[in-house]
Design a protein around this ligand. Structure first.
Ligand SMILES: *Cc1c(COP(=O)(O)O)cnc(C)c1O
Length: 397
């Protein structure tokens, strides 16, 4: 009998709408790129994709996917350990380990699953997880699924982390868990300090590199490159769904005994389907491209520095960032929405974020830069920001 819960859900949806929190999905009818076409026919410049390296529609990746469709077919119809492992899956796992300088890798359907399936097999009630307060939802869920004791420290606050490590000293094992880049501000985790504290207080380190892999560090190897601590982080999780081509797929890479145990015990790996060969082969091709050159990283870093520099010069309030994320602070939720919709009229597609996605009174527009952006794209975005900023009284000179 659907009757009673139907009324309840209708009310719930209504209250989401009334709170102004209802998420509408805008339809895109072109491939993901710097320029996209909306269902309305309008062509806009895209500044809100995780397409940091511009690979989402790269011809070499499309070609690799087509080749694998022909050589290995469409779907695997199996989890990895029954009959869902191809030569391609093993090759991609090796390529990821080579990229990060780690020992071994295990693939998942998504990083949400990698994070969901990491803690429960490794840790029990005798152990402790010490987690940054701004970590991604999938880490929070993964922590909930394990029996380990939970400690939380304020975002990137090393004094607080040290206090939590002291409180966790009687645990058998300790793991410090952090995002590499925090997606709403674009700041990076202070990995040098985290590494020092991990040594001092005998803790493992786990980093989620979803927004940092491919992006951060001179050659895009992520926060371990940025802080020169390659090989010192025990567990790295990441996604193929952002900089690395944008399709889907997640991974955990790190110490070989950890990866080996995950293959035996990690539930999202054991009980969910193997990635399709087309996606896996495009991943292999993508890591080949990463090994050939760092041109895309150079272009991305140049674009990011240029855009953030010009936005600050224009008088915008920008959060300190060391990633490809530029958070334009507007503080007021309504202003952030109005600003974003005016920008769309100007042909610039960005998203305004407000509570509960960011703290109350900290509404912003998040701009995501990409190696796909050409100088004229960046200039058009800058001009549109300045124009709308003046109209809305954000910029006063
Ligand atoms: C996007 C993201 C995820 C989820 O990755 P998927 O592969 O899309 O599931 C996990 N962690 C962080 C920090 C992310 O930004």
């Amino acid at each position: 009998m659907y009757g009673k819960i139907k009324d309840h859900l209708t009310q719930e949806l209504q209250s989401i709408r009334e709170a102004g929190l209802y998420k509408n999905e805008r339809l895109i009818v072109s491939p993901q790129d710097a320029v996209i076409r909306l269902a309305s026919g309008q062509e806009v410049l895209n500044f809100c994709a995780n397409n940091y390296l511009g690979l989402s529609n790269h011809p070499r990746l499309v070609q690799a996917a087509v080749e694998a469709l022909q050589s290995h077919g469409y779907g695997m119809s199996s989890v990895r350990f029954i009959c869902g492992t191809t030569d391609l899956h093993k090759k991609l796992e090796r390529a990821i380990a080579n990229f990060f300088g780690t020992e071994d890798t295990i693939l998942y359907a998504a990083c949400f699953d990698a994070n969901g399936g990491i803690f429960e097999p490794l840790l029990s009630e005798e152990d402790a997880i010490i987690s940054d307060a701004l970590n991604h939802a999938s880490i929070i869920d993964g922590v909930r699924l394990s029996k380990a004791k939970r400690f939380r420290y304020a975002n990137a606050d090393m004094k607080d982390l040290e206090e939590q490590l002291i409180l966790a000293q009687d645990a058998r094992f300790r793991v410090i868990v952090t995002d590499g880049v925090f997606s709403m501000d674009g700041n990076v985790a202070p990995m040098d300090e985290i590494n020092r504290l991990a040594k001092k207080y005998d803790a493992l380190i786990m980093v989620d590199e979803c927004h940092s892999a491919g992006v951060v560090g001179k050659t895009g190897r992520g926060v371990t490159e940025l802080f020169n601590i390659r090989g010192e982080v025990d567990i790295i999780t990441g996604t193929l769904g952002k900089a690395f081509g944008g399709a889907l797929g997640g991974f955990t890479t790190g110490r070989k005994e950890i990866i080996e145990l995950l293959r035996q015990r990690s539930r999202p790996y054991l009980f969910s389907n193997s990635l399709p060969p087309a996606v896996v082969n495009a991943g292999i091709r993508m890591f080949e491209m990463m090994a050939e050159t760092s041109e895309l990283q150079e272009k991305l870093h140049h674009n990011t520095d240029w855009f953030i520099g010009k936005m600050k010069e224009a008088g915008f309030d920008i959060k300190p960032s060391r990633s490809a994320i530029c958070a334009v602070m507007l503080y007021d939720a309504r202003v952030s929405q109005e600003f974003a919709s005016r920008l769309l009229e100007e042909g610039i597609y960005v998203t305004g974020f407000y509570y509960p996605v960011v703290p109350k009174g900290a509404a912003r527009i998040r701009v995501q830069l990409s190696a796909a952006h050409e100088p004229e794209h960046l200039e058009r975005a800058l001009h549109a920001f300045v124009k709308v900023g003046k109209e809305l009284g954000i910029l006063t000179n």
